[in-house]
Write a new protein. Structure first.
Length: 102
């Protein structure tokens, strides 16, 4: 089970687009596609996660990993629901990466 690092520094940035903490955490439970995001920070390694909530809504999340006394934490930096074009691109990419047996 992933542990998340939420505080007043990152939650307002994530919540301002209407995505709840529960929805962001669900994206990570539902095995998102994760990509490196080297262009946004020299101070820490950042990643992008693209996936779906338990209700099937697509979410784009920027995050980093932090290490503390109890282990490694996922620290979301920002999150938003994906636009129709982004969803269509994501689904096409999923089909390419996971061809069906039909």
């Amino acid at each position: 089970m992933a542990v998340f690092d939420w505080d007043e520094g990152n939650w307002p940035k994530c919540g301002k687009h209407g995505v709840s903490k529960a929805e962001i955490e669900a994206v990570f439970r539902n095995v998102p596609r994760v990509y490196p995001d080297p262009g946004h920070s020299d101070a820490e390694t950042r990643f992008l996660a693209i996936g779906r909530t338990d209700n099937g809504r697509y979410v784009f999340t920027a995050f980093t990993l932090r290490t503390g006394e109890s282990g490694t934490y996922i620290r979301p930096i920002s999150a938003r629901f994906m636009h129709r074009q982004e969803i269509e691109h994501y689904e096409r990419q999923q089909e390419i990466d996971s061809p069906s047996d039909s």
